[in-house]
Design a protein around this ligand. Sequence first.
Ligand code: AMP
Length: 444
Amino acid sequence: MSFASLGLNEKLVQAINECGYTEPTPIQQQAIPLVLKGGDLLAGAQTGTGKTAGFGLPMLQRLSETKARPLANGRAPVRALVLTPTRELAAQVEENLRAYAKHTDLRTLVMFGGVSINPQMKALGRKVDIVVATPGRLLDHVSQRSIDLSRVEMLVLDEADRMLDMGFIRDIRRVLALLPKQRQNLLFSATFSDEIKALAEDLLHQPEHIEVARRNATAETIAQRFFEVDKGRKRALLSYHIGHHNWRQVLVFTRTKHGANRLAEQLGKDGLPAMAIHGNKSQGARTKALSEFKNGGIRVLVATDIAARGIDISELPHVVNYELPHVAEDYVHRIGRTGRAGSNGEALSLVSAEEKPLLKAIEKLIKQSADLEQVAGFEPDPNAPVTPLENSRGGNRGRNGGGQRSGGQRNGQRAGGNRNGGNGNGQRTGSSQRRSRPQAERSN
Ligand code: AMP
């Protein structure tokens, strides 16, 4: 199937060719014709599926087919608005839209917090057709009267589930109140909680529904490996893996900002150039870390979950869960940073005894059991005390299964569909898993 056969015009097809895309992804095959028809859309899709082009290409086509009336002050109106949860995702989406719009006369602008508002205000003085924004900064512009949203024809809520997780629902509703009633609405979400369904019900008018396979069900290009190790030996094991396999580009996840900082520092001392990226870092520091990581200046980027949303580095070969996430879905988002667009990747998780309940919740979600491996010299001490994790949403907060250790060393096995194997007491403790995030890290 070609992009042209989906109904896209020559200018867009040319830009897509220049991006190197040869075939539309499943979400693009479904979304593009539906969005071109002009109706509302509810789409279940995660980052990495090609969803940005799925809404961006038909958006550009629809906007280029009609001319907008100028505002009363003579200025060109903002015609489409894309809301995203994080700065990184906003930047990524706008960058993609700009590439797709290259041969049109449509102009895009990104706006997010953490940087001076002045250049954004200046840019709004020129013609801007599509604004990609995080909700907080958009509302700052509204209160400064630097943006007029009364002519928005198309609205996209990107990663809507994450926006709600981060507490943006009131901001979103404030933005919605500023938009004209007649418009096309597209809502993208990886998960569908009751809260998302309620928002979709309010926002969307007779929407078409589409869903592409979740990456956790289909990401066969990602080899998942799980290593048992004591909490206090995780850094040594991480350095061992990086050095032993000579990994040049590794994205490492921690649960906390403080943990990310500390780990990046310690890795630096181990001779592995590393930087941390999280919500407390200035936008300049985040952008710098990301670009150094992309161009090979640093080998290790240590990130928290929120900061990593929207990071798109093509063919990222290695992701490490230094600490398992409290929210099982975050595991899927994390490992989705590798094995993208058909390339192979490896996702490695370091699992300490206190994290076993979190691992159970992940196994339940991905419908696979984890084969726990051990590395010689890093075997966990069976007599080490196990301190329950704070804020754990994993259900069983205490010692899991009497401190059981699963079978000895297993080499190179992927987590494969063996539901009954693995670390086996058969208990699943993930049923209390919630999508609530302790102390949400607002990056807006
Ligand atoms: P997204 O899910 O929109 O964040 O896209 C994930 C990555 O896939 C981005 O790097 C896109 O540039 C890339 N991509 C999107 N569509 C295609 C396609 N049809 N073929 C190859 N790569 C694509």
